[in-house]
Structures are given as structure tokens and as C-alpha cells.
Design a protein around this ligand. Structure first.
Ligand code: RFL
Length: 407
């Protein structure tokens, strides 16, 4: 894999400087470049790292429509798989929701995020897009002026200043864009769902033809296909426990137990490629526009992965932002930029609301956690009732399907 920083960057300016080459930054970069706007992406990690970071896999119909519109969906149509079913395994038995035939009938495409990022990056470079890897954005300056700039730490340790007309903060929750917001100008809403997951990536074919959600007295377990040979598993995990606390054999035994393999069939075991622990927390920054600095993707709002919304929102926001920036830079019309924050926040809050609902569906919050409220038995009763409603009510199923595939 070759990696080369763009020699033209000695000009040290661009109309739009984009921080971060994840789904948000790359979709934005491609769309701006295609519109004829001078744009530069600054990415802290190496190209190899960006192209191999395994995260999301479930792409919503709206995401695929956006990627199709700009000719970016070739890989996912070739190698991705359509997916439209969930299976819930509970103490009251299992039930399946063919969400692709419920609600408005939308299905996901299952396509690993690292493949999508590779496709986007390849396309961006093919059309002549400018990107610098190994370039750590330190801060955004003068965002309240028409001449913002970004300082970076270069691979050789030098610090460089990049001038722009707009800066797009697509550098995630811990990036420079969020850090650079002037104190008192943004509201941070942070919520801890009180639950921790161990995420596993296993070299094994999916064991079900559906997303598997197991609700068990010992905690949640999840199964999600990624490719024909790789499956993601999740185990609700003790907060603070390290990812390597259990040996592989014990993890598989626990997955079998919570997924009720004895009743519903065994899981196919395989080598664990990756394990990582994360707390299910979420946040929203309001507003998303701070003068010439605009936030998108995880930098704007972090979602717990329970409902697979983060990458989908990132792509949607990137499209909205690209159109607004094109209007401003090519036509002098800033109405889109003025409306950007409110427009995206409406989608973000809807996704947060559904993600919170999914989190409460799949977990009774651990005793003593902020969400436990009236006590574990009360919470478990609510959770069982939610699941029964989803099992039996067609209206509830349609609502679920519409929210599950929507952004
Ligand atoms: P990304 O992908 O984090 O990319 C940000 C980029 O910014 C770079 N960066 C910097 N560059 C320069 N200077 C700095 N100071 C920088 N700081 C950071 C980083 O190196 C990186 O390359 O953010 P983006 O583009 O906003 O995309 C968001 C998505 O990646 C994220 O929301 C999803 O992965 C969430 N998510 C899922 N979303 C879905 O829509 N469907 C799913 O199935 C799904 N599954 C998941 C997920 C997230 C997971 N994690 C991370 C817990 C499963 C998991 C396990």
C-alpha cells in the first residue's frame, strides 16, 4: 500500500480544510472536490490505519442512496449483502422481525466500514483530491472570522498553519474541532447509558441469517454479520474490566450461554481477530456551526452503537454540509450554512432517542448504575414488557422497522 503526502500542500491553504478522513470527512471531501471546491483533508493516522479500522457495518437505505448518487457505492453493491431481519432471544423464547417487510420496507446493506472508507479514499485520490496523513490537527483558530486557520503537528515535528475559508471538523469526539470551540459557545449534552460492551471480531461465518440480540439474566449478547468470513459479537461487560479479562474459550462459552445455543443451535467458533471494551455513552454538541467551523459525524454527536446509527448520520451530515458549503462558496448563498445545525440536529436527536430506546430494550441497567432507578426487578419487568410488545404488536414492529433502518 503506497502512502504519499500531497506535494501541492506547500500552498498551505484551501477553501475548505477538513479534519479527519473517516466516513464524514471523506464523503465531504469527495462531494466538495466533485463540485470544484478546493479542499484539503488533514488526517492524524496513517493511510493503512484509516483503511483497516473495523467499526460499523450496517448501512441504512438513505446512506446507500447518497453513496449511489455520487457513484460511491460500487464496492458495497459488489461485495455487500442486503440484510433485513433481527432475531431476539429472550427468557420467553425467540422471535424474528423481518424488518425489511415491515414499516416502509427498508433494508440495510452490510458492508464493513473499513471497506467503505477504502472505497471513498481511493475515489477521492483518483479524482485528484488532496489529503495529508500523519498530520495531527492541534487547533482551529479564528473560527468566528472569515479567515479561520488550523495548526498541525507534522510527521517531522514541525508545526504548520493552514488557512481556509471554512473548516469542517470531522475528527471525531476527541478531535481538535471540539477542543477548539470557545468556552461558553457550545452546549455539550452527555449521557451515560450505564452499560459497557466487549466488542469481538471473529474470523468465522455468521451463525444466523439475522442480527441476533440476546437478552439474558447474565447480560446482553449480540451477533452481527460483517462478511461471509467475519462476524461481530458483543457481550455486556463489567464496567472497568479489561478486554483480556477472560480467555477465548470462556468468551465463546458465555456467548453460547447468553445466545441460548442449547435451545437455538450452536454458534460457529473461530479465531478472535480483535477485542475492545467501550462504555455505551453518547453526546450531542449544540450548535454544530461556530462561524466558519462546522462539526459533522462523531465530532457533532456520538451515539452508542446499539442501533448502528453513527456512520449513517456521518454520511448524511457530510452531504448536507457539502451542499451548504457549495452554495456559500460558489453562489454566495449562505442559507444552507445558516440552517445546517438545526437540520442535522433534528436527525441527531431522533437517532439518539431510538438508540436510547434500543439500549433499554437490550439491557436492564446494572444495579447501582445511573439508569437503574427503581431497582433491578422493576427495570427487568419493564424490559420484558417492551420485548413482549415488540413481539406481539404489529404497530410497534412497524415503528421499530422504520426507526431501525432510518436516519
Ligand atoms: P471517525 O470514523 O472516527 O473518523 C475520524 C477521523 O479523524 C481522525 N482524527 C484526526 N485527524 C487529524 N487531527 C486530529 N486531531 C484528529 N483526531 C482524529 C481520526 O484518525 C479518524 O480517521 O469519525 P466519522 O467520520 O465522524 O465517522 C463516524 C463513524 O466512524 C462512527 O459513528 C461509527 O463507526 C459508529 N458505529 C456504527 N455506525 C453505524 O452507522 N453502523 C454500525 O453498524 C456501527 N457499528 C460503530 C459500530 C462504532 C463502534 N465503535 C467505535 C465503538 C460498531 C462499533 C464497535
Amino acid at each position: 500500500m503506497t502512502e504519499r503526502n500531497d506535494p501541492h500542500t506547500s500552498c498551505r491553504s484551501a477553501d475548505v480544510v477538513v479534519l479527519g478522513a473517516g466516513p464524514a470527512g471523506l464523503v465531504l471531501g469527495v462531494l466538495l472536490h466533485a463540485a470544484g471546491i478546493d479542499c484539503l483533508i488533514l488526517e492524524r493516522a496513517s493511510r493503512a490505519r484509516v483503511q483497516t479500522r473495523a467499526r460499523a457495518g450496517f448501512l441504512a437505505p438513505n446512506t446507500v442512496r447518497i453513496l449511489d448518487r455520487y457513484g460511491l457505492a460500487g464496492g458495497l453493491h459488489r461485495d455487500g449483502r442486503r440484510h433485513g431481519a433481527c432475531e431476539f432471544r429472550t427468557q420467553d423464547g425467540r422471535f424474528r422481525l423481518d424488518y425489511g417487510t415491515l414499516g416502509q420496507g427498508g433494508r440495510h446493506h452490510v458492508y464493513p466500514q473499513q471497506n467503505l472508507v477504502t472505497d471513498l479514499l481511493t475515489h477521492y485520490l483518483d479524482i485528484g483530491g488532496r489529503i495529508r496523513f500523519h498530520t495531527d490537527a492541534l487547533a482551529v483558530h479564528d473560527a468566528d472570522s472569515a479567515r479561520p486557520s488550523v495548526t498541525t503537528r507534522e510527521p517531522d515535528g514541525r508545526s504548520i498553519r493552514w488557512n481556509a475559508r471554512y473548516v469542517a471538523g470531522c475528527d471525531g469526539r476527541h478531535g481538535a474541532a471540539r477542543r477548539s470551540l470557545r468556552p461558553g459557545t457550545a452546549r455539550y449534552h452527555h449521557h451515560d447509558h450505564g452499560v459497557t460492551w466487549l466488542g469481538l471480531l471473529a474470523e468465522t461465518p455468521p451463525s444466523l441469517d439475522a442480527v441476533g440480540y440476546a437478552v439474558h439474566g447474565r447480560g446482553f449478547a449480540g451477533h452481527m454479520a460483517r462478511t461471509a468470513d467475519v462476524t461481530r459479537y458483543y457481550l455486556q461487560w463489567q464496567r472497568g474490566a479489561p478486554a483480556d479479562a477472560w480467555p477465548e474459550q470462556r468468551l465463546w462459552d458465555e456467548l453460547d450461554l447468553r445466545m441460548r445455543a442449547a435451545d437455538h443451535g450452536p454458534l460457529q467458533r473461530g479465531r478472535l481477530l480483535e477485542r475492545g471494551v467501550f462504555d455505551l455513552t453518547c453526546d450531542v454538541v449544540e450548535p454544530l456551526r461556530h462561524g466558519s467551523l462546522l462539526l459533522a459525524g462523531d465530532a457533532a454527536s456520538l451515539l452508542a452503537p446499539a442501533a448502528a446509527k453513527g456512520a449513517n448520520l456521518a454520511v448524511l451530515e457530510a452531504e448536507i454540509l457539502a451542499e451548504a458549503l457549495a452554495d456559500a462558496l460558489l453562489r454566495g448563498d449562505t442559507a444552507g450554512l445558516d440552517a445546517y445545525s438545526d437540520r442535522c440536529l433534528a436527525h441527531i436527536w431522533r437517532a439518539q432517542e431510538f438508540t436510547g430506546w434500543m439500549t433499554r430494550l437490550l439491557h436492564a441497567p446494572p444495579e447501582g448504575s445511573p439508569g437503574a432507578g427503581a431497582g433491578p426487578h422493576f427495570q427487568a419487568g419493564l424490559q420484558r414488557s417492551r420485548l413482549n410488545s415488540l413481539r406481539t404488536s404489529r404497530i410497534h414492529q412497524d415503528w421499530f422497522a422504520e426507526n431501525y433502518v432510518g436516519v
